[in-house]
Design a protein. Structure first.
Lengths: 504, 154
């Protein structure tokens, strides 16, 4: 059996958990120890995906998972190639300075392929087309994490906004609300770039409305994030209609729902009227229209009028309009309605992610693609935190290995490793798309090798040098780190390499 | 936070029995008073993950304790309960391993690792690479997943 040469598209937590599981299942004592090489590709020049470019800055503990990723990356069987966009669609990369790597190059150079490419496209609201005053929450998150795709874009005009309406009641909505309602003096010790802090210090935002089409029992936020909203230092929650806090007759609540209701009933730590800023939940409301405010009531701080249809719940817990509506005066709308995958090969637009069965990618005819897998949000849709991502990644890794070496691996409890779904015979498989064997077990395609030499493609070692420098710059101003953008990181790495060449 | 633990002289420490989700004994270990279960598991190569390294920011070190010992522990704080809300396979005697610190009276405690789901296939338009439960599946998107209770295969 030819060795495994696995290409992973994406270098976020899902990738790293799959890689670490694969490598630990083939330890030095295993006869198959050298039978695997893993190459991770990411269009971001830094690894770790959403852990670096998605997790809110005031949640630094979540990022501790990167210590394990660093350990995994030390294994010589794993290599990371950053700033590489694997082109699986006709669309240009959202990051202009990426090296483009055609999908066909991966198919020719690798025996196995894993999509861990996440869900990078925000789901938009049909009634709210994007504009300079109606943006997806993702663009906001990209701004405060300095995602390479927004390097040349202007920041949100917070100095001109007094009221922000967030559509959607998941954790991303609450992350954005917290960033708008937490004093910059509190945020400045975290991993918030200095130019982002400068904009936050000039912010005029006084109120954030968080709009959801259903009620507290259906909201997607989790307890920790709700509790953080209740404990905001300089912002208080506007009181809820008491009717919203009643549990319907005979309704059996989950543990999480019970704790949500308790938190809402208790209200915010600071009582309304006692704080310079406020926020509110607008439950059972769906936006239907956003327009400039009527001329005679227009004030520059609230130039927009957001029309909200009122909802009730059907028997099947869907939001249905009651016919009533109201309007909300606001300065900006942020839509936070989840994400879906990019239309790569084997992407299913109805599902919003790649089609899989038991971790194996499946085409539209239901045929399994041999040696092609998907993990994380790319396979499941944009749901789940580290714990679920990890569990899924381990299951996919188990399946990759047990498909490659059937019957060789058993779990500690005696069960067979890998998917309960049998791989099936060849007649149920699609035509092979990957190379059966490869010329080099551990070299990336030639254009990637050239990219490394030219300093366009980053390695994990490059990342660790930038990482250390970001932390060092942060220490100087008493914060977790001061981030570099691509241009700065590239200059820093070139100077470092110049030094080491000069010394050698 | 969890850190490195030292091993007590055999026979002098607090005994903990680690079991897998089927109830099979993985290992019986001895640890010192004050040591937390996550650190103890790592010291003895028990497969208990700790993604956030003991800072109560994830639920990967979720363990199920023997009920008589669970009752001896102080109640979880809000932050631990918030993470337990999202733990897969939560039970009435579940805790985060990183928050359980040993005392003498916990000698003989059983810590069971929860079951992980297996990959599964659901007929029809639903394809899950893996099925996990973390409270509610969310109120957004084209698919109203709330109306489904996914089957879990142990």
């Amino acid at each position: 059996m030819a060795p495994i040469k696995l290409a992973i598209i994406g270098a976020g937590p899902s990738s790293f958990y799959v890689a670490s599981r694969l490598l630990s299942l083939l330890p030095p004592t295993s006869p198959r120890h050298s039978a695997i090489n893993i190459h991770m590709y990411d269009r971001l020049w830094a690894p770790h995906g959403l852990v670096r470019y998605g997790v809110a800055p005031d949640h630094p503990e979540v990022k501790n998972c990167t210590n394990k990723f660093d350990g995994t990356a030390k294994d010589p069987r794993l290599r990371f190639f950053g700033n590489v966009n694997v082109t699986t669609t006709a669309a240009a990369s959202p990051i202009p300075h990426n090296l483009s790597l055609p999908f066909s190059s991966l198919l020719q150079n690798y025996t196995h392929l894993l999509f861990s490419s996440g869900c990078t496209i925000p789901t938009l609201h049909p009634a709210l087309p994007p504009s300079d005053r109606c943006v997806p929450a993702l663009s906001f998150v990209h701004w405060y994490t300095q995602h390479p795709s927004v390097a040349d874009k202007p920041p949100p005009p917070l100095e001109r906004l007094e009221h922000v309406s967030i559509i959607g009641q998941g954790n991303v909505s609450l992350d954005v609300a917290r960033m708008l309602l937490t004093p910059p003096s509190t945020l400045e010790k975290y991993d918030v770039p200095n130019n982002v802090l400068d904009v936050l210090r000039k912010s005029a935002v006084k109120h954030v409305s968080i709009v959801g089409r259903r009620g507290p029992l259906e909201a997607a936020f989790t307890t920790k994030e709700l509790r953080e909203m209740m404990n905001l230092e300089v912002a208080s929650m506007e009181p809820l209609d008491p009717g919203l806090l009643l549990v319907p007759e005979g309704e059996k609540l989950t543990r999480q729902q019970q704790r949500t209701m308790q938190l809402l009933q208790k209200g915010s730590k600071n009582k309304p009227g006692s704080t310079p800023k406020t926020w509110s939940f607008e439950f059972f409301r769906s936006p239907t229209h956003l327009a400039p405010a009527p001329e005679d009531t227009k004030s520059s701080a609230y130039p927009l009028s957001l029309t909200l249809a009122h909802n009730t719940l059907s028997e099947t817990k869907r939001a249905v309009p009651t016919g009533a509506s109201s309007t909300l005066r606001t300065s900006m709308v942020v839509t936070s309605l989840g994400h879906h995958g990019e239309p790569s090969a084997w992407y299913d637009s109805a599902l919003g992610h790649i089609r899989t069965v038991g971790g194996r990618v499946v085409n539209e005819h239901g045929q399994t693609l041999r040696n092609v897998y998907a993990s994380g949000w790319a396979a499941m849709g944009a749901r789940g935190v580290l714990a679920s991502t990890m569990m899924d990644a381990y299951a996919v890794a188990d399946t990759i290995l047990s498909d490659a070496f059937p019957g060789e691996f058993r779990k500690d409890d005696g069960d067979a490793l890998g998917s309960v779904v049998p791989l099936g015979d060849v007649s149920k498989s699609a035509e092979p798309v990957l190379a059966g064997s490869v010329t080099s077990p551990d070299s990336p395609p030639a254009e990637v090798v050239r990219g490394l030499e030219d300093g366009v493609v980053t390695s994990y070692e490059d990342w660790k040098m930038v990482d250390a420098e970001e932390v060092r710059r942060g220490e100087v101003c008493g914060k977790e780190r001061e981030r570099m953008g691509w241009e700065e990181a590239r200059r820093f790495l070139q100077a470092k390499c110049g030094d080491s060449v000069a010394q050698s | 936070r969890h850190g490195n633990v030292t091993r007590p002289k055999p026979g002098t420490g607090v005994k903990v029995h680690f079991k897998d989700s089927k109830g099979n004994l993985l290992k019986t270990v001895e640890a010192n008073e004050g040591d937390d279960l996550l650190s103890i598991a790592h010291e003895h190569d028990i497969d208990l993950e700790g993604a956030c390294e003991g800072s109560v920011a994830c639920s990967t070190c979720h363990v199920i304790l023997s009920s008589e010992h669970y009752d001896l522990l102080p109640e979880p704080e809000d932050d631990e309960n918030d993470m337990l809300d999202m733990a897969f396979g939560l039970t009435d005697t579940s805790r985060l391993g990183c928050q359980v610190h040993l005392t003498r009276e916990l000698d003989g405690m059983v810590a069971t690792l929860p079951s992980a789901t297996r990959n599964m296939f659901v007929d029809g338009e639903w394809n899950y690479g893996i099925v996990v439960s973390h409270g509610r599946m969310g109120a957004h998107g084209r698919m109203d997943l709330q109306e489904r209770n996914p089957l879990i295969i142990n």
